[in-house]
Design a protein around this ligand. Structure first.
Ligand code: PMP
Length: 433
């Protein structure tokens, strides 16, 4: 157990990690953990993936870092081309960055610079959903609709116009379609209340992550938002930092509905835990407008370095070689079935939602309708601790003041087999008991 100068979570003593292999991690005491959440929904290919580590070692033996204003690298060019192909050429430009928060902020800056170059300097505002999570740096935190994270920094944030996210579990209308219609009307009113021509972009997670326990938007809602963006002349930014790169069974979640954003933010699965690799992708005309006026004014030292790009490229290649998307679709259905069966057995499970290997489980008070546990009960940490004691890692989130109960994500590495899922489910069953 560590006791060090590092500070992270208050009041928590963590085991020291020793090593990982496939979907398993070991601590220095020799205890084995099943990684049912891919770390932070990141390690899509598990640990010590042979072709990824080999590609990284090979790149290290050539050059790890070269600066993007001095050299281009072949691996960077190849990564860009491969990523565009994954969008079926619908997003033709790629800008590499180093983290999810930075990807979101780069998307915001690209949107703003695009309108600036076009002389639409009044287009300043962003619209985002509550609840949502878009990152921890100040710009991304301004979009994030999760009050406890925002409060201490409120005066530093660029406040976005927050509109309620659809809630397909606790909606009160007669059906989902009526719920969506009401929310779209509410959103339209909120956008119309902003000064005319002042909205730069609408930012949303097509499938939520930690903030909503894998709440998945639907076609009707997304079509409505796309139409509102067109009507108000603003861009649509999708934050797929968590849902992108195969997690949902498509390369990008927007491909489930065919509703393509103008700018897409990606991170976690891109480097799959092997190296911090992230990106924004955008439509060519948008980027070319910015490039023709001197170029995008953004850049961090480590962004797009050869080691990062070799990693990103090797991750996508391994996913293609191993037909990972097929595995996510097939085993994702099985995972969902298992969780739905648990919901029948355990009244503490109120809702199971999500898609592919991005599944969320919401906890409620047994036999009390959809009533969340009181925050003081700490349901999310209880279940996480029970699971961890049994050697199972899940990704928890505290309840959101009436907007959602405590929940946890089950987001295994995308390589997970059916036998491994059975082992995972057996452990989860024990923890829930
Ligand atoms: N957006 C979403 C949807 C995320 O889930 C996260 C990370 N959980 C971020 C942005 C921020 O990413 P990072 O932690 O890499 O900055």
């Amino acid at each position: 157990m560590s006791n060090s100068a590092l500070f992270y979570q208050a009041g928590v003593t963590l085991p020291l990690v020793s090593h990982g292999k496939g979907i398993y991690l070991w601590d220095t005491q020799g205890k084995r953990y099943i990684d049912a959440c891919s770390g932070a929904i990141t390690c899509s290919l598990g640990h010590q993936h042979p072709s990824v580590t080999a590609a990284m070692k090979a790149q290290l033996d050539k050059v790890a870092f070269s600066y993007r204003t001095q050299f281009e690298s072949q691996v960077a060019v190849d990564l860009g081309d491969v990523m565009v192909a994954l969008t079926e050429d619908r997003l033709q430009r790629v800008f590499l960055v180093g983290s999810g928060s930075e990807a979101v902020e780069s998307a915001m800056k690209l949107a703003r610079q695009y309108f600036y170059v076009r002389g639409e300097t009044q287009r300043k505002h962003f619209v985002s959903l509550r609840p949502s999570y878009h990152g921890s740096t100040l710009g991304a935190l301004g979009l994030t609709g999760y009050q406890p994270l925002e409060q201490p920094f409120e005066d530093l944030l660029i406040p976005s116009i927050k509109v309620p996210s659809p809630d397909f579990y606790r909606y009160t209308e007669v059906d989902i379609s009526t719920h969506v219609t009401r929310l779209l009307q509410q959103t339209e009113a909120a956008m119309a209340a902003a000064p005319e021509g002042s909205i730069a972009a609408f930012v949303l997670e097509p499938v939520g992550g930690a903030s909503t326990g894998a709440r998945m938007l639907n076609r009707e809602y997304l079509q409505g938002i796309r139409a509102l963006c067109d009507r108000f002349g603003c861009l649509l930014i999708m934050d797929e930092v968590l849902s992108g790169i195969g997690r949902t069974g498509e390369w990008f979640a927007w491909q489930h509905w065919g509703i393509c954003p103008d700018i897409l933010a990606l991170a976690k699965g891109m480097g799959a835990g092997y190296y911090p690799v992230a990106a924004i992708m955008a439509k060519a005309d948008l980027v070319d407008t910015v490039q023709s006026a001197g170029g995008f004014m953004h850049g961090h030292t480590y962004a797009g370095n050869p080691l990062a790009c070799a990693t990103g490229l090797a991750v996508i290649q391994a996913m293609q070689d191993e037909n990972i998307l097929d595995n996510v679709r097939e085993q994702g259905r099985y995972l969902r079935e298992c969780l739905e069966q648990m919901k029948v057995r355990y009244p503490v499970i109120g809702d199971v939602r999500g898609i592919g290997f991005l599944q969320g489980v919401e906890l409620v008070q047994p036999d009390a309708g959809k009533t969340p546990f009181p925050a003081s009960f700490n349901a999310f940490s209880r279940i996480t601790e029970c699971a961890k004691k049994r050697g199972l890692l899940i990704y928890p989130r505290r309840c959101l003041n009436g907007m959602a109960g405590d929940h946890f994500l089950v987001t295994p590495p995308l390589i997970t087999t059916r036998v491994e899922l059975d082992e995972m489910m057996e452990c989860l069953d024990q923890a829930l008991k």
